[in-house]
Write a protein that binds this ligand. Structure first.
Ligand SMILES: Nc1ncnc2c1ncn2[C@@H]1O[C@H](COP(=O)(O)OP(=O)(O)OP(=O)(O)O)[C@@H](O)[C@H]1O
Ligand SMILES: [Mg+2]
Length: 279
């Protein structure tokens, strides 16, 4: 990489103002001989929506899965809520895992379970609560994500793509997490559905005080709901900052990404937080 590779364009912030929920340092992840993360650093602060971008196959999903403990790292530090993952006992790790919810890129829901059963999966795994209470909680989560009660007893195959995403989000919210991981939550949705989903995430972030780590290829989501953006290339975070800061960054990949035809059209057509005019 060039000197630009490790450029961080984020402005220094008073440390007291920002609690770091995820702290990654010098992370190395490899599959056999293939290095995917090559000394990656990343911070995610409490209460923010961090948009994580990068070319296809660069390792966005792998990073998310490594933070979640589903992919083993070769070296480096991963701190969650101020605790080093490697130093936690298995009981402590389970406690930490209950503080987050996840919406995976693929296989958002179990196809053989109804929406209600899908939402209740994390509850069953984590808590001893009565069937009646689980039913009530599942209905609350459905309402929270804007799905009708009638969706509860449907199977994923009976739902539209947008409804599946919402149901998967309801499942991610099952244990009232502080932190939510979303891997391309709006991919495959039509522009209106995607904008509505963004709006839902923004609302949940405000009302529940969620911290959101969101992998996305969706420039509209980056413009409309992300507080900060981190960009991944060649196994490292090459830049972090607000959308304005990313637009000003000279790294060639960022220039191509944000100032390409789609990016330029969006930047010219609208301001941040404007949901209209989605492509
Ligand atoms: N379990 C695995 N075993 C071996 N290689 C893997 C595994 N998971 C991912 N990879 C490889 O790691 C690299 C990064 O994959 P990843 O899925 O993280 O990309 P991505 O940035 O999420 O891409 P996309 O935007 O297409 O979702 C790819 O080269 C992929 O083939
Ligand atoms: Mg991916």
């Amino acid at each position: 990489m060039t000197d630009l590779a490790s450029q961080t364009i984020e402005k220094p912030q008073p440390s007291a103002a920002r609690e770091t929920v995820i702290r990654v340092r010098d992370l190395v992840v490899a599959f056999g001989q293939t290095l995917v993360m090559r000394g990656l650093d990343l911070d995610v602060y409490r209460g923010e929506v961090l948009g994580f971008v990068g070319g296809s196959g660069q390792g966005k999903s792998v990073l998310m899965r490594t933070i979640l403990g589903l992919v083993e790292k070769r070296s480096g530090l991963i701190e969650l809520f101020g605790q080093d993952r490697d130093r936690l006992s298995s009981a402590e790790r389970r406690r930490v895992e209950r503080r987050w919810g996840v919406l995976f890129q693929n296989g958002a829901l179990f196809s053989s379970l109804t929406v209600r059963q899908n939402i209740q999966m994390p509850m069953r795994e984590a808590r001893h609560i009565s069937a009646r209470l689980m039913d009530e909680l599942a209905m609350l989560k459905l309402e929270l994500v804007g799905l009708p009660a009638s969706a509860a007893d449907k199977f994923p195959a009976e739902l539209s793509g947008g409804m599946i995403k919402r149901a998967a989000l309801a499942r991610a919210l099952a244990l009232d997490p502080e932190l939510v991981f979303l891997d391309e939550p709006t991919s495959g949705l039509d522009p209106i559905g995607a904008a509505e989903f963004d709006e839902l995430i923004a609302t949940l972030q405000h009302t529940l005080g969620l911290t959101v780590f969101m992998v996305t290829h969706d420039l509209d989501s980056l413009y409309s709901i992300c507080d900060r953006i981190a960009a991944l290339a060649e196994g490292k975070v090459i830049a972090t900052g607000t959308m304005e800061e990313m637009l000003a960054c000279e790294h060639p990949w960022l220039q191509a990404y944000f100032h390409g035809v789609r990016g330029a059209r969006l930047a010219g057509a609208r301001k941040p937080n404007d949901m209209r005019g989605r492509e």
